[in-house]
Design a protein around this ligand. Structure first.
Ligand code: LLP
Length: 449
């Protein structure tokens, strides 16, 4: 359960990044997202080193959809990774943080005209084309501006990894990419290579997320390399880049055993060398886009325990001050998490409880059945592995302000996202004049009912 710099001190308190989690909760309030900066940097370095060693010349891009804030962009830039963005908002965040635009790749199955223009304005590294429709749209746009854009084309390789169906993306029946087996895919790629305002650099694919088996990645490499060989044979087209997407799983529960970035890099390196040799193809420049496996285990969410209710003979509900609004993954994917009491981290787990969120939904249960020391109101619950797809997917459901986020680093904590206030919640609300006091709503001055 203890990851990165996490430990338990003499007082039985959970410590992260040298900071007492109980003190963090009291100082910044709860719910609170805590990010172990050391672990984020460590993971980024593990990736860089492993890919540098096993896949020479490759590039590691952090997938910002997992978690993106301006401070995190700075950390990722300092660690020398590239960045995968998937919307104008993510691109804006990266640019606002001064992230080098040449190291940014832009994904998405429906980028708007405005988003594509923004990508061209800032001369980002690669635009990943998701459909024949987008190819035409970008060519037209780039030509109208006299720009030349570097592109990759996204392919669905027909690999279905074992993971939740909502986060499988490599199957043919997918809203993403061009199916590798479709008749017109090859001709679309050839057409792209001839477009005057686009420079086709290579192909992209991404098979899914939270994948524990390396065999799915190696199978994808084989399929994609065979396809590159087919492109060369049938159209004389040699593409120099192959972006394999992200997807490496992480530990949520103690029994989860994901491969390390080193295992992953080695598997990809071996598969690419073997496949390219088989097809007598020069090894393309590989890129990968890990998101979850860089930030996921570095995140811990702290909550304060409020109401405790026992349904006699059924279960004991322990309610916390957050839930599906700050972590929707349980409600959406049935995700499983583990937790501890930050103020009783050395205590024996002796009672079976269910952790309930505070949203108005019976489905807002964060953890069903977990053994904890005797839980009391005011205890601080620390839910582990919440760094990825929690803050980035958080909502204001029930008009709950989104929590703050702090980094912890060598005993220091810094706010990187401020807690939302009630004022923030109504900041964008507008009241039409006819609803304002003393404004007649209907002709004749009568108010509607
Ligand atoms: N590249 C592309 C094109 C992607 O679509 C994704 C994730 C990644 C990279 C990063 O994948 P990762 O290394 O983080 O697995 N909300 C879901 C996960 C959705 C993943 C979407 N795409 C969840 O909470 O499990």
């Amino acid at each position: 359960m203890l990851k990165g710099t996490m430990s338990v001190d003499g007082a039985g308190h959970l410590v992260i990044g040298g900071c007492d989690a109980v003190e963090l909760a009291h100082r910044y309030g709860t719910p609170l997202y805590v990010l172990d900066e050391h672990l984020v940097r460590q993971r980024a370095q593990d990736y860089r080193e492993a890919f540098g060693k096993f896949v020479p010349g490759s590039q590691v891009l952090y997938a910002g959809k997992a978690l993106l804030t301006t401070a995190l962009c700075k950390i990722i830039a300092e660690e020398d990774l590239g960045l995968d963005v998937v919307s104008g908002g993510e691109l804006y965040t990266a640019l606002a943080a001064g992230f080098p635009s040449q190291r940014i790749y832009f994904h998405g199955n429906n980028k708007s005209h405005q988003e594509l223009s923004m990508a061209l304005d800032h001369r980002i590294g690669r635009i990943v084309i998701d459909s024949a429709w987008e190819l035409e749209a970008l060519q037209t746009l780039a030509a109208s501006r006299g720009d030349i854009a570097d592109i990759l084309i996204r392919i669905t390789p027909g690999v279905e990894p074992s993971t939740h169906s909502y986060i499988q993306t490599g199957q043919f029946d997918s809203k993403f990419g061009l199916p590798i087996n479709a008749k017109d895919t090859l001709s679309t790629i050839v057409q792209a290579s001839r477009m005057p305002n686009l420079r086709l650099r290579g192909l992209h694919c991404h098979i899914g997320s939270q994948i524990m088996g390396l065999e799915y990645f190696t199978k994808t490499v084989k399929i994609m390399v065979a396809f590159l060989a087919e492109l060369r044979a049938s159209a004389g087209l040699v593409l120099e880049e192959l972006d394999l997407g992200g997807g490496l799983g992480i530990t949520y529960l103690d029994q989860d055993e994901p491969p390390s970035p080193g295992d992953y890099a080695k598997a990809i390196g071996d598969a690419i060398t073997t496949s390219c040799r088989e097809h007598d193809l020069a090894v393309p420049r590989i890129a990968v886009e890990p998101g979850r496996s860089i930030v996921g285990e570095a995140g811990v969410t702290l909550y304060t325990v409020g109401a405790i209710k026992e349904v006699s003979g059924v279960r004991k509900y322990v309610a916390i001050d957050g839930g599906m609004a700050d972590n929707p993954r349980v409600a959406i994917y049935g995700a499983k998490y583990t937790a501890c009491l930050a103020n009783k981290a050395a205590g024996e787990p002796i009672e079976l409880v269910t952790i309930a969120g505070k949203c108005c939904e019976s489905g807002d249960i964060l953890i069903k059945d977990i053994m904890l020391p005797v839980v009391e109101t005011g205890d601080i619950l620390a839910v582990c592995s919440t760094g990825a797809y929690n803050y980035s997917m958080a909502s204001n459901y029930n008009r709950l302000p989104r929590p703050a986020m702090v980094t912890v680093w060598h005993g220091e904590s810094d706010i990187i996202v401020q807690r939302e206030t009630y004022e923030d919640l109504i900041r964008l609300d507008r009241v039409p004049a006819r609803l304002l006091e003393n404004q007649p709503v209907l002709a004749g001055g009568q108010r509607g009912t």
